[in-house]
Ligand binder design. Structure first.
Ligand code: PGA
Length: 293
Protein backbone atom coordinates (compact mmCIF):
# COMPACT_ATOMS: atom_id res chain seq x y z
CA UNK A 1 0.00 0.00 0.00
CA UNK A 2 1.16 3.51 -0.70
CA UNK A 3 2.27 5.72 2.10
CA UNK A 4 -0.15 7.80 4.06
CA UNK A 5 -1.05 11.20 2.69
CA UNK A 6 -0.14 14.16 4.78
CA UNK A 7 -2.34 16.64 6.51
CA UNK A 8 -2.07 20.03 8.08
CA UNK A 9 0.89 21.47 9.86
CA UNK A 10 -1.17 23.12 12.53
CA UNK A 11 -2.04 20.94 15.52
CA UNK A 12 -5.25 22.92 15.97
CA UNK A 13 -8.13 21.78 13.88
CA UNK A 14 -8.83 24.94 11.91
CA UNK A 15 -12.43 24.46 10.95
CA UNK A 16 -15.09 26.78 12.24
CA UNK A 17 -17.84 24.42 13.32
CA UNK A 18 -21.25 25.96 12.98
CA UNK A 19 -23.79 23.46 14.16
CA UNK A 20 -24.22 19.73 14.50
CA UNK A 21 -23.27 17.86 11.36
CA UNK A 22 -22.12 20.94 9.53
CA UNK A 23 -18.67 22.45 9.30
CA UNK A 24 -17.36 25.51 7.56
CA UNK A 25 -14.19 24.83 5.64
CA UNK A 26 -12.49 27.73 3.91
CA UNK A 27 -15.79 29.54 3.49
CA UNK A 28 -17.65 26.47 2.25
CA UNK A 29 -20.29 24.66 4.26
CA UNK A 30 -19.67 20.92 4.48
CA UNK A 31 -22.83 19.02 5.36
CA UNK A 32 -22.46 15.55 6.82
CA UNK A 33 -25.53 13.35 6.55
CA UNK A 34 -26.46 12.00 10.00
CA UNK A 35 -25.80 8.30 10.61
CA UNK A 36 -27.64 6.06 13.05
CA UNK A 37 -26.56 2.44 13.50
CA UNK A 38 -28.28 -0.25 15.55
CA UNK A 39 -25.72 -2.71 16.89
CA UNK A 40 -27.79 -5.69 17.97
CA UNK A 41 -24.72 -7.55 19.28
CA UNK A 42 -25.46 -11.21 20.16
CA UNK A 43 -29.15 -10.56 20.77
CA UNK A 44 -32.51 -11.50 19.25
CA UNK A 45 -33.39 -14.85 17.74
CA UNK A 46 -34.24 -15.28 14.10
CA UNK A 47 -37.97 -14.59 14.51
CA UNK A 48 -37.61 -11.54 16.76
CA UNK A 49 -34.78 -10.13 14.63
CA UNK A 50 -36.88 -10.37 11.49
CA UNK A 51 -39.86 -8.84 13.27
CA UNK A 52 -37.75 -5.94 14.54
CA UNK A 53 -36.42 -5.35 11.02
CA UNK A 54 -39.95 -5.40 9.59
CA UNK A 55 -41.12 -2.83 12.11
CA UNK A 56 -38.20 -0.54 11.37
CA UNK A 57 -38.71 -0.97 7.63
CA UNK A 58 -42.27 0.29 7.83
CA UNK A 59 -41.71 3.06 10.38
CA UNK A 60 -38.46 4.67 9.19
CA UNK A 61 -39.34 5.51 5.58
CA UNK A 62 -39.28 9.28 6.16
CA UNK A 63 -36.17 9.14 8.31
CA UNK A 64 -33.99 7.42 5.71
CA UNK A 65 -34.61 10.31 3.33
CA UNK A 66 -32.51 12.55 5.57
CA UNK A 67 -30.28 10.23 7.59
CA UNK A 68 -28.39 6.99 7.04
CA UNK A 69 -29.94 4.23 9.12
CA UNK A 70 -28.20 0.86 9.35
CA UNK A 71 -28.86 -2.24 11.43
CA UNK A 72 -26.14 -4.69 12.43
CA UNK A 73 -27.79 -8.01 13.33
CA UNK A 74 -25.91 -11.18 14.32
CA UNK A 75 -24.20 -12.70 11.26
CA UNK A 76 -26.39 -15.82 10.97
CA UNK A 77 -29.44 -13.57 10.60
CA UNK A 78 -28.04 -11.16 8.02
CA UNK A 79 -29.76 -12.76 5.07
CA UNK A 80 -33.20 -12.95 6.69
CA UNK A 81 -32.97 -9.48 8.22
CA UNK A 82 -31.86 -8.12 4.85
CA UNK A 83 -34.93 -9.63 3.23
CA UNK A 84 -37.15 -8.15 5.92
CA UNK A 85 -35.63 -4.69 5.37
CA UNK A 86 -36.36 -5.06 1.66
CA UNK A 87 -36.31 -1.76 -0.18
CA UNK A 88 -36.88 0.30 2.96
CA UNK A 89 -33.64 2.20 2.50
CA UNK A 90 -32.28 0.92 5.82
CA UNK A 91 -28.74 -0.41 5.39
CA UNK A 92 -27.57 -3.86 6.46
CA UNK A 93 -24.29 -4.29 8.27
CA UNK A 94 -22.17 -6.94 9.97
CA UNK A 95 -20.69 -6.53 13.44
CA UNK A 96 -17.25 -7.76 12.40
CA UNK A 97 -15.35 -9.19 9.43
CA UNK A 98 -12.22 -11.20 8.76
CA UNK A 99 -8.98 -9.46 7.86
CA UNK A 100 -8.40 -12.27 5.34
CA UNK A 101 -9.87 -12.36 1.85
CA UNK A 102 -10.60 -16.12 1.81
CA UNK A 103 -9.05 -19.53 2.50
CA UNK A 104 -8.41 -21.77 5.49
CA UNK A 105 -9.66 -19.53 8.31
CA UNK A 106 -12.15 -21.60 10.26
CA UNK A 107 -15.01 -19.58 11.65
CA UNK A 108 -14.15 -16.38 9.81
CA UNK A 109 -16.48 -14.46 7.50
CA UNK A 110 -15.04 -12.48 4.59
CA UNK A 111 -16.03 -9.15 3.07
CA UNK A 112 -17.08 -10.91 -0.13
CA UNK A 113 -19.43 -13.13 1.85
CA UNK A 114 -20.97 -10.09 3.53
CA UNK A 115 -21.45 -8.43 0.15
CA UNK A 116 -23.08 -11.64 -1.12
CA UNK A 117 -25.55 -11.37 1.75
CA UNK A 118 -26.46 -7.82 0.78
CA UNK A 119 -24.40 -6.03 3.41
CA UNK A 120 -23.49 -2.44 2.79
CA UNK A 121 -21.70 -1.77 6.09
CA UNK A 122 -19.45 -3.40 8.66
CA UNK A 123 -18.29 -2.48 12.17
CA UNK A 124 -14.63 -3.02 13.01
CA UNK A 125 -12.76 -2.48 16.26
CA UNK A 126 -15.74 -2.51 18.58
CA UNK A 127 -14.48 -2.48 22.16
CA UNK A 128 -16.13 -5.83 22.83
CA UNK A 129 -13.74 -7.25 20.23
CA UNK A 130 -10.70 -5.15 21.17
CA UNK A 131 -11.03 -5.77 24.88
CA UNK A 132 -13.28 -8.83 24.99
CA UNK A 133 -11.54 -10.78 22.21
CA UNK A 134 -8.06 -9.29 22.36
CA UNK A 135 -8.06 -7.70 18.92
CA UNK A 136 -4.99 -5.52 18.42
CA UNK A 137 -4.93 -2.10 16.78
CA UNK A 138 -3.03 -3.72 13.90
CA UNK A 139 -5.70 -6.38 13.33
CA UNK A 140 -8.40 -3.70 13.41
CA UNK A 141 -6.35 -1.77 10.84
CA UNK A 142 -6.14 -4.81 8.55
CA UNK A 143 -9.91 -5.28 8.82
CA UNK A 144 -10.53 -1.60 8.08
CA UNK A 145 -8.31 -1.76 5.02
CA UNK A 146 -9.89 -4.86 3.51
CA UNK A 147 -13.43 -3.66 4.29
CA UNK A 148 -12.91 -0.29 2.60
CA UNK A 149 -11.17 -1.94 -0.36
CA UNK A 150 -14.16 -4.27 -0.81
CA UNK A 151 -16.56 -1.34 -1.02
CA UNK A 152 -18.23 -1.80 2.36
CA UNK A 153 -18.81 1.31 4.45
CA UNK A 154 -16.63 0.71 7.48
CA UNK A 155 -17.57 1.94 10.95
CA UNK A 156 -14.23 2.07 12.76
CA UNK A 157 -14.75 2.20 16.53
CA UNK A 158 -12.29 3.95 18.82
CA UNK A 159 -12.48 4.85 22.48
CA UNK A 160 -10.66 4.82 25.78
CA UNK A 161 -11.28 2.71 28.87
CA UNK A 162 -12.27 4.31 32.16
CA UNK A 163 -8.75 3.79 33.53
CA UNK A 164 -7.18 5.41 30.48
CA UNK A 165 -9.52 8.39 30.82
CA UNK A 166 -8.68 8.77 34.53
CA UNK A 167 -4.99 8.68 33.65
CA UNK A 168 -5.50 11.54 31.17
CA UNK A 169 -4.79 9.29 28.18
CA UNK A 170 -8.11 9.48 26.33
CA UNK A 171 -6.84 11.54 23.40
CA UNK A 172 -3.63 9.54 23.18
CA UNK A 173 -5.60 6.28 22.97
CA UNK A 174 -8.03 7.45 20.28
CA UNK A 175 -5.12 9.00 18.40
CA UNK A 176 -3.20 5.70 18.44
CA UNK A 177 -6.26 3.67 17.47
CA UNK A 178 -6.90 5.99 14.53
CA UNK A 179 -3.25 6.12 13.42
CA UNK A 180 -2.79 2.34 13.49
CA UNK A 181 -6.34 1.62 12.36
CA UNK A 182 -5.87 3.71 9.22
CA UNK A 183 -2.22 2.87 8.62
CA UNK A 184 -1.42 2.36 4.97
CA UNK A 185 -4.88 3.39 3.79
CA UNK A 186 -4.81 6.03 1.09
CA UNK A 187 -6.92 9.14 1.21
CA UNK A 188 -8.88 8.05 -1.86
CA UNK A 189 -10.02 4.87 -0.10
CA UNK A 190 -11.68 6.70 2.77
CA UNK A 191 -14.94 7.62 1.09
CA UNK A 192 -16.66 4.83 2.99
CA UNK A 193 -15.22 5.55 6.42
CA UNK A 194 -17.32 6.40 9.48
CA UNK A 195 -15.65 6.78 12.88
CA UNK A 196 -17.54 5.76 16.01
CA UNK A 197 -16.30 7.31 19.22
CA UNK A 198 -17.31 4.79 21.86
CA UNK A 199 -15.80 5.35 25.30
CA UNK A 200 -15.52 1.83 26.71
CA UNK A 201 -16.80 2.91 30.13
CA UNK A 202 -20.05 4.17 28.58
CA UNK A 203 -20.95 1.05 26.60
CA UNK A 204 -23.83 -0.88 28.06
CA UNK A 205 -23.45 0.82 31.44
CA UNK A 206 -26.30 3.31 31.32
CA UNK A 207 -23.75 6.10 31.88
CA UNK A 208 -23.17 8.03 28.67
CA UNK A 209 -20.39 10.54 28.18
CA UNK A 210 -21.36 14.08 29.14
CA UNK A 211 -22.21 16.22 26.18
CA UNK A 212 -19.10 18.31 26.67
CA UNK A 213 -16.86 15.23 26.95
CA UNK A 214 -18.40 13.79 23.79
CA UNK A 215 -18.02 17.08 21.93
CA UNK A 216 -14.40 17.40 23.03
CA UNK A 217 -13.58 13.83 21.99
CA UNK A 218 -15.16 14.33 18.58
CA UNK A 219 -13.26 17.59 18.10
CA UNK A 220 -10.03 15.83 18.96
CA UNK A 221 -10.74 12.88 16.63
CA UNK A 222 -11.49 15.30 13.80
CA UNK A 223 -8.26 17.14 14.54
CA UNK A 224 -6.37 13.83 14.48
CA UNK A 225 -7.95 12.92 11.12
CA UNK A 226 -6.92 16.30 9.82
CA UNK A 227 -3.32 15.69 10.87
CA UNK A 228 -3.28 12.16 9.43
CA UNK A 229 -4.81 13.22 6.11
CA UNK A 230 -6.12 16.74 5.56
CA UNK A 231 -8.76 19.23 6.66
CA UNK A 232 -11.13 18.35 3.84
CA UNK A 233 -11.22 14.65 4.77
CA UNK A 234 -11.67 15.58 8.42
CA UNK A 235 -14.53 17.92 7.57
CA UNK A 236 -16.46 15.40 5.53
CA UNK A 237 -15.93 12.25 7.64
CA UNK A 238 -18.81 11.41 9.93
CA UNK A 239 -17.92 10.85 13.56
CA UNK A 240 -20.72 9.25 15.54
CA UNK A 241 -21.10 8.68 19.27
CA UNK A 242 -21.81 5.33 20.96
CA UNK A 243 -22.28 4.38 24.60
CA UNK A 244 -25.61 4.32 26.45
CA UNK A 245 -27.30 6.54 23.89
CA UNK A 246 -31.07 6.50 24.44
CA UNK A 247 -34.14 8.48 23.37
CA UNK A 248 -33.67 10.42 26.63
CA UNK A 249 -30.18 11.74 25.86
CA UNK A 250 -30.00 11.57 22.07
CA UNK A 251 -31.07 15.16 21.64
CA UNK A 252 -28.36 16.62 23.84
CA UNK A 253 -25.63 14.32 22.49
CA UNK A 254 -26.45 14.69 18.81
CA UNK A 255 -26.93 18.44 19.12
CA UNK A 256 -23.25 18.84 19.89
CA UNK A 257 -21.11 20.32 17.12
CA UNK A 258 -19.29 17.55 15.30
CA UNK A 259 -21.44 14.70 16.64
CA UNK A 260 -22.88 13.27 13.43
CA UNK A 261 -25.07 10.48 14.75
CA UNK A 262 -24.95 7.47 17.01
CA UNK A 263 -24.07 3.80 17.25
CA UNK A 264 -26.80 2.40 19.42
CA UNK A 265 -26.61 -0.89 21.32
CA UNK A 266 -29.29 -1.67 23.91
CA UNK A 267 -31.78 0.93 22.69
CA UNK A 268 -31.64 -0.44 19.14
CA UNK A 269 -33.33 -3.65 20.26
CA UNK A 270 -36.61 -1.85 20.90
CA UNK A 271 -38.28 -0.55 17.76
CA UNK A 272 -39.81 2.50 19.48
CA UNK A 273 -36.54 3.57 21.09
CA UNK A 274 -34.53 3.16 17.90
CA UNK A 275 -37.24 4.96 15.97
CA UNK A 276 -37.15 7.90 18.39
CA UNK A 277 -33.38 8.17 18.01
CA UNK A 278 -33.70 7.89 14.22
CA UNK A 279 -36.37 10.57 14.19
CA UNK A 280 -34.07 13.04 15.88
CA UNK A 281 -31.24 12.28 13.45
CA UNK A 282 -33.59 12.49 10.48
CA UNK A 283 -34.90 15.84 11.63
CA UNK A 284 -31.34 17.15 12.01
CA UNK A 285 -30.50 15.93 8.51
CA UNK A 286 -33.63 17.49 7.07
CA UNK A 287 -32.91 20.85 8.68
CA UNK A 288 -29.24 20.86 7.70
CA UNK A 289 -30.06 19.94 4.09
CA UNK A 290 -32.68 22.70 4.05
CA UNK A 291 -30.26 25.30 5.34
CA UNK A 292 -27.65 24.25 2.78
CA UNK A 293 -29.94 25.02 -0.14
P1 PGA B 1 -24.94 0.65 24.22
O1 PGA B 1 -23.90 0.02 23.16
O2 PGA B 1 -25.79 1.64 23.46
O3 PGA B 1 -25.75 -0.52 24.71
O4 PGA B 1 -24.15 1.29 25.29
C1 PGA B 1 -23.31 0.81 22.17
C2 PGA B 1 -22.35 -0.03 21.37
O5 PGA B 1 -21.71 -0.92 21.94
O6 PGA B 1 -22.20 0.17 20.17
Amino acid sequence: MASRPHGLQSPDFPLGSTCRATTTLQGMTVHRRPFVGGNWKMNTDLASGVELAQRLATSMREIVLHSDVVVFPPSPYLHSVGKALGISGIGLGAQDVSAEANGAHTGEVSCEMLLDLGCTHVIVGHSERRHGRGESDELVGAKTQIALASGLTCVLCVGETGAERKAGLAHEVTGRQLRVGLHGIELGALEGLVIAYEPVWAIGTGVSATVSDAAEAHREIRRQLSLLYNAELAARTRIIYGGSCTPGNVQSLLSQPGVDGGLIGGASLQAEAFLAIGQFAGEQGRRAAGSAT
